[in-house]
Design a protein around this ligand. Structure first.
Ligand code: PHE
Length: 346
């Protein structure tokens, strides 16, 4: 019996084939129900007691070797066979390469920039962390003006010994950039400043502590309110359609006199009245006015020689009106189901 086992072990170790039929025949020969290993286990019953241990070990070893050999043969022949059977279907469609989309605020910011660029406005950028002078004082904000109040402005801890005008804060509007433009260049000036602004407001469907503005400035000889109106009418028609009407309501800003808020005819209902315009037919889109002579003087521009207008709008508001978005928080959540809807827009 020992010799039989030994010769089987040799036969197993020398067997080679990549033919699945031959491998199966080999498996049946050794491991089949009536195979060589089963036969030997049957014979084992008659092995003398003293030889049982030795032969038992050899027999188990034979069985394991046979199993291992078959597994090895199968795993090395299988992939080859599969590869040769596999037929590529070149008519299958490819995997689509999904394109990303621009954020709606970026789309509308670009549209606003394009419209004003065509009217000759340049682009200006400035710091988001600003001092009191550029954000407030140079813009004619009285000391006790509520916008300087802790409720609206995110103040940053003061440097020791800083004067009130060096007090640091996150800018509350991009009018601060226009102060920087005025102090660094001579009229005629025609520029817009897009950017992020910060106000200490509770987050809701209508307000956020971070939002985006585009503010504009035009200073030249003989600039009048008529120029302001025509510029903003052109902007509104380019942005919301050729039928758009505008109207001005008197308002107050420290840096403009006279000041106004501008409405456009509701682009959703065409002025007939709907829940977006609260059935008035008009929606507010921006603040504007003629630059206060004090502001020009603060920036060494001769207010007897030059006049100018300024305006400022929230990009979120324009985007909400343009795309009928009713909750401002959607802009900041980056939910792909929201963003994917802007794939077609540019
Ligand atoms: N700076 C104003 C704001 O943030 C907007 C504005 C700009 C108003 C220019 C008038 C003129 O609300």
């Amino acid at each position: 019996m020992k010799d039989k086992i030994k010769s089987f072990v040799e036969e197993i170790s020398s067997f080679k084939s990549d033919d699945s039929g031959k491998i199966e025949a080999f498996r049946i020969k050794f491991l089949g129900k009536k195979g060589a290993v089963a036969d030997l286990f049957n014979d084992f019953k008659s092995v003398a007691k003293e030889d049982r241990k030795e032969i038992g070990i050899a027999l188990n070893d034979l069985k394991n070797k046979a199993k291992e050999k078959i597994e090895n043969l199968k795993s090395s022949s299988l992939p080859d066979k599969k590869a040769s059977d596999k037929k590529e279907d070149f008519t299958m469609p490819g995997y689509p390469n999904e394109l990303g989309s621009r954020h709606p605020l970026s789309i509308v910011r670009k549209q606003i920039i394009d419209i004003f660029s065509r009217m000759g406005f340049t682009l200006s950028y400035g710091p988001e962390i600003e001092d009191d002078w550029h954000n407030f004082s140079a813009l004619n904000f009285p000391e006790e003006h509520p916008a300087r109040d802790m409720q609206d402005t995110f103040f940053i801890e003061n440097k020791p010994g800083a004067t009130p005008e060096e007090q640091i804060a996150l800018r509350t509007h991009t009018s601060s950039v226009q102060v920087r433009v005025m102090e660094n260049s001579e009229p005629p000036l025609r520029t817009i400043s897009p950017g992020r602004v910060f106000r200490n407001e509770a987050i809701s469907a209508r307000a956020h502590c971070i939002f985006h503005q585009v503010e504009g400035l035009y200073i030249n000889k003989d600039v009048s309110f008529a120029d302001l109106k025509q510029t903003l009418l052109h902007f509104s028609r380019e942005m919301f359609g050729a039928d758009t009407k505008i109207r001005f309501r008197p308002s107050y800003f420290p840096f403009t006199e006279p000041s106004a808020e501008m409405d456009i005819s509701c682009n959703i209902c065409g002025g007939k009245g709907c829940n977006i315009c609260k059935y008035s037919g008009w929606v507010e889109i921006l603040g504007c006015g003629m630059i206060d002579p004090n502001v020009l003087g603060n920036n060494n521009i001769d207010s007897k020689k030059y006049t100018g207008f300024a305006f400022g709008m929230g990009i979120e508001r324009i985007t909400m009106l343009k795309y009928q978005i009713d909750d401002l928080r959607l802009f900041f959540e980056n939910d792909a189901r929201f963003l994917d809807q802007f794939k077609a827009a540019r």
